[in-house]
Design a protein around this ligand. Structure first.
Ligand code: DX5
Ligand code: ZN
Length: 219
């Protein structure tokens, strides 16, 4: 399976975000992962639709917008208009998850559901037919640079089994604490979209680190 690398711009230099996005695009990134935080669903505040709209102008990469916000329904349209290509909402933040997914799809965007590390896969079971991707958090959301929670590997395996048994074609994205040493366990378990923030942006050579992540993901 083709592995995609989605650098999280949460760890980028916010004083020059446009250049940072260009840097990851030139270095071989497959997606731009945008972490949107509201200070309520998670204890941190980041960026909103105007920033996505500006960054869209500098890069042709698909924008993978991860909404860590309460009441995502209120903002989905703004992010879609701003240029998000994939919109992930947290199951924990949606009372009517099926409706929210339909809303994203009606706007012509790919819909994904994100699960916190402690949330059971049951939370997505009844919407699997409707989503393009499931995002499994491998840290508690809110901050970059945290340690991968090892128990999530078994959760990826379980989800992969469910998806395959049902004959579905759904991406599995994993987000948090992934580096060159543990990426293989994540992809071997069944994930094909890998978010990586601090590892990529802390590296001296961006192209080299992305290539290393890709190579290590296969062996
Ligand atoms: C956590 C964010 C992640 C995070 C990934 O709330 O959703 O995208 O920034 O960064 P690293 O790779 O540093 O864990
Ligand atoms: Zn994220």
């Amino acid at each position: 399976m083709l592995i995609k690398i989605a650098p999280s711009i949460l760890s980028a230099d916010f004083s020059k975000l446009g250049e940072e996005v260009l840097r990851i695009e030139r270095a071989g990134a497959d997606l731009v992962h945008v972490d949107v935080m509201d200070g309520h669903f998670v204890p941190n505040i980041t960026i909103g639709p105007p920033v996505v709209k500006s960054l869209k102008k500098v890069s042709k990469l698909p924008f993978d917008v991860h909404l860590m916000i309460e009441n995502p329904d209120m903002y989905i349209e703004s992010f879609a208009d701003a240029g998000a290509d994939i919109i992930s909402v947290h199951a924990e933040a949606c009372c009517h998850l099926h409706r929210t997914i339909q809303k994203i799809k009606l706007l012509g965007k790919k819909a994904a559901v994100a699960l916190n590390p402690a949330t059971s896969l049951c939370a997505v079971e009844w919407v699997l037919d409707d989503v393009d991707m499931v995002l499994l958090m491998s840290v508690n959301p809110g901050f970059g640079g945290q340690k991968y929670i090892s128990g999530v590997t078994r959760k990826i395996e379980e989800l992969k089994k469910i998806i395959d048994n049902r004959g579905l074609d759904i991406d599995i994205e994993v987000d948090g604490g992934i580096d060159t040493t543990n990426i293989h366990s994540v992809t071997k378990a069944g994930a094909n979209v890998i978010v990586s923030g601090s590892t990529i942006f802390a590296a001296e050579d961006t192209a080299k680190i992305i290539q290393e992540l890709k190579i290590n993901s296969y062996s």
